[in-house]
Design a protein around this ligand. Structure first.
Ligand code: CP
Length: 311
């Protein structure tokens, strides 16, 4: 069985195949009749052990556009609260003849753990601070759509790199596609291993914005942003928030991205978030086509891990 557990294990050829397939599905979902029968015989369970708006709805829409049967599971209203384990929960769901599992979980490595214990294709919809592969795919796809290609582009990821699964998956995806990647944030929010990832590191946002073609602004994770990481939200905004004044000082216009949910007025002002330079809603739109492509290719065994390819 093939899975999509993280971008680290996916080849550049696989990513290009996902993009070409997404191009076709993007045409489909812009037609008056938005559905195709591609996954008519497939049943997919969406297991969300952590909150989500975009990813959960986007997967569900992608599955329905492909004519799959869909069941949704949310941990907060399930028997997990009675102490049922992850493997028992998933095996019970699979015994109802489910073919694929899309899972978001707060623990890093949860999707990989599950893939070793159950007999179904797994798509990681975000596992703790580890990876969020479909977010990285839709981000890179949106850059390709706006700027023509990802290869050779300079992309800075700004903010809480330490806790961000979006940052890690984006770094892997952008590098595989030939982009130059920089991370920018306070040193307390940069992981110690950052220098092993082949990225540039910058702590001055204005220098980072002057360097890049694209700035991907991460959400300030209020739940983690205590004094240990930064003195205050206000100071964070002053040093690492993007606003029009900062963008107007640049020699060339840059593209602004954000995975959502946005803290308006913290890491990004409303004026920037709602401007022509922002790609934020196009990212969300592209998420459906990307997830259709991933599900379709996995159901047809079209995405293989690099390990499988070399064997
Ligand atoms: N970008 C993202 O993963 O958003 P959700 O947490 O709402 O799914």
């Amino acid at each position: 069985v093939s899975h999509l557990l993280g971008i680290k294990d996916v080849t550049a050829d696989d990513i290009q195949l996902i993009f070409k397939t997404a191009d076709q599905f993007k045409e489909v979902i812009n037609r008056p009749i938005k559905k195709v029968p591609s996954l008519r015989d497939i049943t997919i369970a969406n297991l969300f052990f952590e909150n989500s708006t975009r990813t959960r709805l986007s997967f569900e829409l992608a599955e329905k556009r492909l004519s799959a049967d869909v069941v949704n599971f949310s941990a907060s209203s399930s028997s997990v609260s009675k102490g049922e384990t992850l493997i028992d929960t998933v095996n019970n769901i699979l015994s109802m003849k489910v073919d694929m599992v899309v899972m978001r979980h707060p623990n890093p490595g949860a999707a990989q753990f599950l893939s070793k214990h159950i007999d179904a294709a797994i798509v990681n919809a975000g596992d703790g601070t580890h990876e969020h592969p479909t977010q990285a795919l839709l981000d890179a796809y949106s850059i390709r759509e706006r700027l023509g290609d990802v290869n050779g582009k300079k992309v800075v990821i700004v903010g809480d790199i330490l806790h961000s699964r979006v940052a890690l998956s984006n770094i892997f995806c952008l590098q595989k596609l030939g982009a130059e990647v920089m991370v920018c944030g306070p040193s307390t929010l940069l992981p110690k291993y950052i220098h092993t990832l082949g990225v540039k590191v910058e702590t001055d946002l204005d220098k980072a914005l002057a360097w890049c073609d694209v700035a991907n602004m991460l959400r300030v994770q209020h739940e983690r942003m205590d004094i240990k990481y930064f003195p205050s939200i206000r100071e964070y905004t002053m040093q690492y928030g993007v606003n029009m004044e900062r963008l107007k000082r640049l020699e060339k216009p840059i593209t602004i991205m954000h995975p959502g949910p946005i803290n308006r007025g913290v890491e990004i002002t409303s004026e920037v978030a709602d401007s022509e330079q922002a790609l934020i809603l196009q990212q969300v739109e592209n998420g459906v086509a990307i997830r259709m492509a991933v599900l379709y290719l996995l159901a047809n065994r079209g995405v293989r891990s690099s390990e499988e390819q070399s064997s």
